[in-house]
Write a protein that binds this ligand. Structure first.
Ligand code: ADP
Length: 525
């Protein structure tokens, strides 16, 4: 019988023999009492995992009583792979085979092919050696299916978490207490310009924040003021990219604690540049709207006043002329009447401007050549005394298509801007006029730059306001640029003014390229 064969191969289980072979300690031979042996055996049985002694050719020599298969003399001598796994050959990744080969304890080799988790072979095996030869093998099964399942699950959930953070839309960076980077996802890499590898090997969290930024973040994290202690919520801060650019970010960060001690910090952040730009544009639009509203109410008021002024001005002109024709006047009186007539004419011009400003004149919209309109305006102005020492540089793109517009208004608009520039330069300097297509080709841009003193910071926000002037009384009405603004608006365009980096000011007008094919068209009241 198989069982008897196995027993014959075994050394007799005498107490002395076991003492000598296994329990030699510092040269002494420890003596074990029967009670001690009994307890040891019971301990092995009480050990809630399978412990099995097998021969190097896989026959079961002994098992503890906690094994999940029925223990009895019928399994002794049988092959472990048959009894425990119902296999006809030894398991593929058997730790026993490994331990027999190396004569050393062996763990089940790493399983890389997809196996039935419930069929995983034993985890751990070690040989019992005497006189350099293997007497038997111990094989331990640490409830393998469950453990591998857990391990597998843990690995899977770790990979999932890692993947989750890696694919976050936010930048994610974790660092240890010394600032060494522990985690750096692709978004952080794209934003800051460091490769993930570079960040993990060479970067310190302090390098990411300009100045004492990292210190400030830690200080806030540790204070109670910015969320709970250890947390920082929606904190706006600048970071520095690898190429030295400063990037504003919104940061949510927290300290990672272990046993009450700080061990790391983790930050989730996003780039604020687009958001800030959008805000800035919104603010600009809000100001423009406000401006437009103000212009509209002032415009109505001005239109009313202009109409009312027209009659008395007509009266003054008429009676002054009659007096000059009908009466013999002294030279002094004639001169005074001339003055009255001149001022009345000036009054009429202002009224005309006011009416134009409030669109009380008819508008004739048609496709116009902007370059031609500019050249014509310049031609009219160039010969005036004020332009004697002004160098005019034109850089007009021949690629710009006609713009659907009112030519009178265009001329008026260009005239106002050019006159302002020349006045600002006090008749001495350079005026550059540029036209070009915007990058998206839907707009025509016109730029006027001068080399004058520029527009003072406190004046700049008001230049398009009606009646705003810095010129002396009688020199300016404060209506020129507000009229320009209103014309640009009328054409669906935009106007901006800024100071040049060196000197002087620039006015940029963008006019939309639309409806150019709809032919002549009357607009206005
Ligand atoms: P006005 O010319 O009658 O003062 P505007 O509306 O045309 O009225 O201009 C408003 C103000 O804008 C001017 O008084 C001046 O202070 C400022 N300004 C306009 N153009 C320029 C320029 N090119 N350089 C400096 N300041 C300018």
């Amino acid at each position: 019988m198989q069982n008897d064969d196995v027993k014959q191969r075994l050394p007799a289980r005498g107490k002395k023999q076991i003492d000598k072979k296994i329990f030699l300690l510092k040269g002494e031979i420890p003596v074990r009492t029967d009670a001690e042996e009994e307890y040891l055996l019971r301990a092995v049985d009480a050990f809630k995992r399978r412990l099995c002694v097998i021969s190097p050719d896989f026959q079961i020599l002994a098992v503890n009583f906690t094994t999940d298969v029925a223990v009895g003399s019928d399994i002794i001598g049988q092959h472990c792979y048959k009894v425990f796994y119902d296999r006809s050959t030894p398991c593929k990744n058997c730790a026993v085979t490994e331990a027999v080969k190396t004569k050393k304890p062996a763990l089940r080799p790493k399983i890389d092919d997809a196996m039935d988790l419930g069929m995983l072979p034993c985890l751990y095996s070690y040989p019992i050696i005497s006189d350099g030869k293997i007497d038997a093998m111990v094989s331990m099964d640490f409830d393998l299916p469950t453990q591998s399942g857990l391990q597998e699950k843990l690995e899977r959930s770790n990979a999932f978490l890692q993947n989750l953070i890696l694919s976050a839309v936010n930048g994610v960076i974790a660092a240890d207490r010394k600032g060494k980077i522990l985690f750096f996802n692709d978004v952080a890499s794209d934003l800051l310009g460091y490769s993930v590898e570079e960040a993990l090997n060479d970067l310190n969290i302090r390098d990411i924040y300009p100045g004492d930024g990292a210190y400030q973040v830690m200080k806030k994290l540790r204070s109670e003021e910015y969320g709970n202690r250890g947390k920082l919520i929606s904190y706006f801060v600048d970071v520095a990219s690898k190429n030295g650019a400063t990037i504003p970010i919104s940061l949510n960060a927290s300290i990672v604690y272990e046993g009450g001690l700080e061990i790391a910090t983790i930050g989730f952040f996003h780039d604020l540049r687009e958001e800030l730009q959008l805000k800035e544009e919104l603010e600009k639009t809000r100001i423009q709207l406000f401006q437009a509203e103000k212009m509209s109410s002032l415009g109505k008021l001005a239109a009313g006043v202009a109409h009312q002024l027209n009659n008395p001005l007509g009266g003054i002109t008429l009676y002054a002329k009659l007096m000059m024709e009908d009466y013999e006047l002294e030279e002094g009186a004639r001169e005074d009447l001339h003055r009255i007539l001149k001022d009345a004419e000036r009054g009429r011009d202002i009224v005309k401007e006011l009416l134009e400003f409030t669109r009380q004149t008819r508008q004739l919209m048609r496709p116009n050549d902007i370059n031609h309109a500019i050249t014509r305006t310049l031609f009219l102005l160039e010969n005036q005394a004020l332009f004697q020492n002004i160098k005019i540089v034109t850089n007009l793109s021949s690629a710009i298509p006609p713009v659907y517009s009112d030519i009178q208004q265009l001329n008026h608009m260009f005239m106002n801007i050019i006159l302002n520039s020349v006045q600002a330069m006090d008749g001495n300097g350079e005026l550059t006029v540029k036209t070009y297509n915007s990058t998206n080709e839907n707009w025509v841009c016109i730029e006027f730059s001068d080399t004058g003193p520029g527009i003072p910071k406190d004046v700049l926000p008001h230049v398009f306001e009606p009646f705003f002037t810095t010129k002396e009384e009688g020199q300016g009405t404060g209506l020129g640029l507000s009229l320009v603004y209103s014309i640009v608006e009328n054409h669906g365009g935009n106007i901006k003014a800024w100071n040049n980096p060196g000197n002087g000011a620039t006015f940029q007008i963008d006019l939309p390229l639309q409806n150019t094919d709809s032919g002549d068209h009357q607009d206005g009241k």
